[in-house]
Design a protein around this ligand. Structure first.
Ligand code: SAM
Length: 462
């Protein structure tokens, strides 16, 4: 009997082998980075902010020049804002759904589709780069023909099908849409989700003279005093007034909580989750004696840089709030607590895809511990202004109701609709602040909306 031959190693034919794409194919590095980052967001639930940070971002992102980084951010922003629409239009071109483990292929198709459907990129460039990308990756190389066929079919169909596809979905994960509908009712939830699909304007808080700054910067003054610019044509740092510290970037809703602290001139006030310092700056400008506390050293560095540019001074303390033991009690504290950030989806479209209902419950429990602690740091008669940028009642209305029920010395100090110009529509029947992205109609969608925010003013009985 012949001895069995050792199994032969199969050498891939040249047809099987991935084609290493020349590094110099223009535009390919940006598409590859976008595909990689989309995978990190969708498959590993990594927040996009950190991946696209210009100092500590993902290595594939950091390797790009500024123009390509802007393109990557535009591709990812639109891909996440329209994820369900894109999935549906791609599915119509596929004979059967992609297997669940074909994530690399799915992300290549999504990044090409977003260029074809939503960005000002020639269709042929979007398709050719996706095919080149697919050929260069061993996981997708054998699907290069499918990528080509699906995307070419999409370019032909988009004119006719995009409008209908957009109308058929709210472009949100089911859990998120269901949670909003439960909290706000179907109509308001759909209005919030519609706002999440729009690009956001730029909001600035100015130290003084909002009308003058609105004119200089080509913006408008909102009823609440924030200066809003529809679209920036240059980097924020190049705008007039930046170097001189005349204003800072802050969403119109984020500017409201600090203004609900009343007259704090000359008072001892602590900002307990302060970094990067937007609200700290407001408290200082209201003439309070401000202590800014935060657990994150790196974020406190940003706070220090921001205050320096604005020419403002606070006592800065690096501490976990649970360990913070000041020598004296405060007249008032602001607790702008770490939350699920579901109110900021317009600017952070990754949030519904990276967060889960379990995250919301975990963050609500953390906020409750921080609120209990904050309440021990004020004198009798003092106030805690509790706020966050979540749309979820578990982190807002329900959390405060539980705190009041469990804390005999605490009472709600209701916000009055007349307290700040322009907030009447955002004050609840109980006297809490609740904004959603569907609020603040300024006549055109591009100038309307604001982040979702919650705030409640809590008083310690004297
Ligand atoms: C929503 S951000 C604050 C934004 C800030 N108030 C502003 O307006 O610029 C929440 C902050 O809470 C900080 N933080 C989270 N847990 C904390 C804790 N246990 N103690 C102190 N700070 C904490 C985070 O580092 C983060 O900077």
């Amino acid at each position: 009997m012949k001895p069995a031959e050792p199994a032969r190693k199969r050498h891939p034919s040249s047809k099987d082998r991935p084609h290493p794409a020349p590094a110099s194919v223009p535009g390919l590095a940006a598409r590859k980075a976008a595909v990689r980052l989309l995978g990190a967001v969708i498959d590993a639930r990594t927040p996009l902010d950190g991946l696209t940070d210009n100092e500590h971002g993902h290595p594939h992102y950091m390797a790009l020049d500024m123009r390509d980084r802007a393109l990557v951010r535009a591709m990812l922003g639109a891909a996440l804002r329209h994820r369900t629409t894109i999935t549906a239009l791609l599915a119509k071109r596929l004979q059967k759904p992609l297997p669940a483990n074909a994530t690399a292929l799915a992300h290549i198709l999504h990044i090409a589709a977003v260029q074809i459907l939503f960005l000002d990129v020639p269709d042929s460039a979007a398709v050719d780069l996706a095919v080149t990308h697919a050929k260069s990756d061993p996981r997708t190389q054998r699907f290069a023909g499918l990528v080509n066929a699906v995307l070419r079919a999409l370019t032909r169909a988009k004119e006719q099908e995009l409008g209908t596809a957009l109308a058929a979905t709210d472009d949100a994960p089911d859990w998120f849409a269901a949670r909003l509908a439960q909290a706000y009712g179907i109509g308001e939830a759909r209005a919030i989700l519609a706002a999440h699909r729009l690009e956001t304007p730029f909001d600035l808080t100015v130290k003084a003279e909002p009308q003058m700054w609105a004119e200089r910067l080509g913006g408008i003054v909102l009823p609440t005093g924030t200066v809003r610019i529809e679209r920036l044509d240059s980097a924020v740092t190049e705008l007039p007034g930046f170097e001189d510290g005349e204003w800072w970037v802050q969403d119109a809703a984020a500017a409201l909580p600090a203004r609900l602290m009343g007259d704090i001139a000359g008072r001892k006030v602590a900002d307990l989750c302060a970094a990067p310092g937007g609200k700290t700056a407001q408290l200082i400008l209201a003439d309070a004696d401000v202590t800014a506390v935060d657990a994150s050293q790196s974020r406190l560095k940003r706070l220090a840089r921001n205050l320096e540019r604005l020419g403002l001074k606070a006592t800065v303390v690096h501490s976990d709030l649970m360990d913070f033991a000041p020598p004296e009690l405060f007249d008032a504290v602001l607790l702008d607590a770490p939350c699920s950030s579901t109110g900021t989806v317009r600017r952070h479209p990754d949030v519904p895809w990276t967060k889960t209902p379990e995250d919301i419950a975990r963050l609500a429990a953390l906020q409750r511990r921080l609120l209990d602690r904050a309440f021990t740091l004020i004198r009798p008669g003092g106030i805690v202004l509790f706020s966050n940028c979540s749309l979820d009642p578990l982190e807002g209305e329900e959390l405060v109701a539980g705190f009041l029920a469990d804390t005999p010395g605490a009472e709600l100090d209701p916000v009055s609709p007349q307290e700040i110009p322009g907030i009447a529509g955002f004050v609840t029947a109980e006297g809490m602040l609740r904004t959603t992205p569907a609020g603040l109609d300024m006549g055109s969608p591009a100038l309307s909306g604001l982040d979702g925010f919650f705030a409640a003013r809590l008083k310690k009985r004297g």
